[in-house]
Write a protein that binds this ligand. Sequence first.
Ligand code: GLN
Length: 474
Amino acid sequence: MLNISFTIESVKEGLKKGDFSAEEIFKHYYKKIEKENKELNAYLSIFENCKLKIENSAAMPLSGVPCAVKDNILIDGTICTAGSKILENYVSAYDATVISKLKMSGVTFLGKTNMDEFAMGSSTENSAFGPSKNPHDVSRVPGGSSGGSAAAVAADLCVFALGSDTGGSIRQPASFCGVVGLKPTYGRVSRHGLIALASSLDQIGSFTKKVYDSATVLSVIVGKDVFDSTTIDLNVPDFTKGLDGIIKGLKVGVPKEYFGKGLDPEVKIKVESAISKLKSLGAEIIDISLPHSEYALAAYYIILPSEVSANLARLDGIRYGHSSTHAKDLFEVYAKSRGEGFGQETKRRIMLGAFALSSGYYDAYYLKAQKVRALIKKDFDDAFLKVDVIVGPTAPTTAFKIGEKAEDPVSMYLSDIYTVPVNLAGLPAISIPCGSVRIENKDLPVGFQIIGKPFDEATILKTAYSLEQSLNPQ
Ligand code: GLN
């Protein structure tokens, strides 16, 4: 009786009733991955013998629940590639804080998932190990950069997965794959043990099949961490407690800038119908404006490459990662190791960032982008004086074809237009499925984004839960 799609709740229920053991459910997923991963390429590595002890104590919140982890989050003693050739053989020397927390909560780890190199991309096509496929249509991308995690959850190759979101890398693939993706507030979840992309934007979050599971995982991974000084010391609530389906009187802001040029008309229809649902549940819909939205991508694509050029400087062929065997002197070790190890998009961003930070250009590019970032944050602050949450599409389109945008970086970057502002402002946001569009005989999911005030994950989860219940009545 193991061929159904499991949620955290149903695994816990099954274990409790004795329908299966933790070992059986782990093996069920292991076999499924062995069979189906060849086509989807969602996993880069799988943990054969469940190296990590299988716990079956009902007292633990995620006891025996099999999960997948994006391959930029360290699990002690296992390979962590970040989707790059340069780290192809890199073995993690410690556990990321989120991994220690998951271990303490009793999960079992199935393996590490595919991603765009160092999490730069929106399709997984920048992975050094080939793209993942979208389970809804294998000729299409699953989104990115956490595309492997999204595909693994959508295809039921795990119960839930971790990802990272720097400019949309959890929410956009969740939208393309029809699953729930949560990016917590910057500072809510420790980044210790996450291979840094852009440290002022990065945040770890989850992919789940249901909103309730999203709240469960968040309750486990949040908290102040001495290893990440940007984490905030707030009390750690049980986020499942507020999921009561009641949103009467909730003030929902709809920014006009998220419904303009570039938004696919069919995606727009689905998103608008989800907004009507919220209204019918008693929410008050309020038109708002986030006037600096149109500058968000331009600011992001200065700030992110700048931080990338600094963060990736540590990959020098000396301390860890690929080291060129054809180098004649120290300079060549640096140049050749990096030249051989990094892919095209990574090189592009390192060069853009080094340029933006260089003397004479710093004020014109980096400083200006930081000023724009402050204006974007202020837009949200002003809006949140009037509303409790802000909603709109997660991405302007449904999943595109593999290869469709690979040669055109700007059209790829446009896919992040509604997700990037949230990272620039450090806010929490969730993407949940709100229907699908039929294209070439396939149903392609549409994502609905709910953005919250800083550290108010409780309200976005509550809103998402109510909408999920009303869109898919049990
Ligand atoms: N697609 C965005 C980029 O390429 C987002 C990346 C991310 O969130 N990790 O930078």
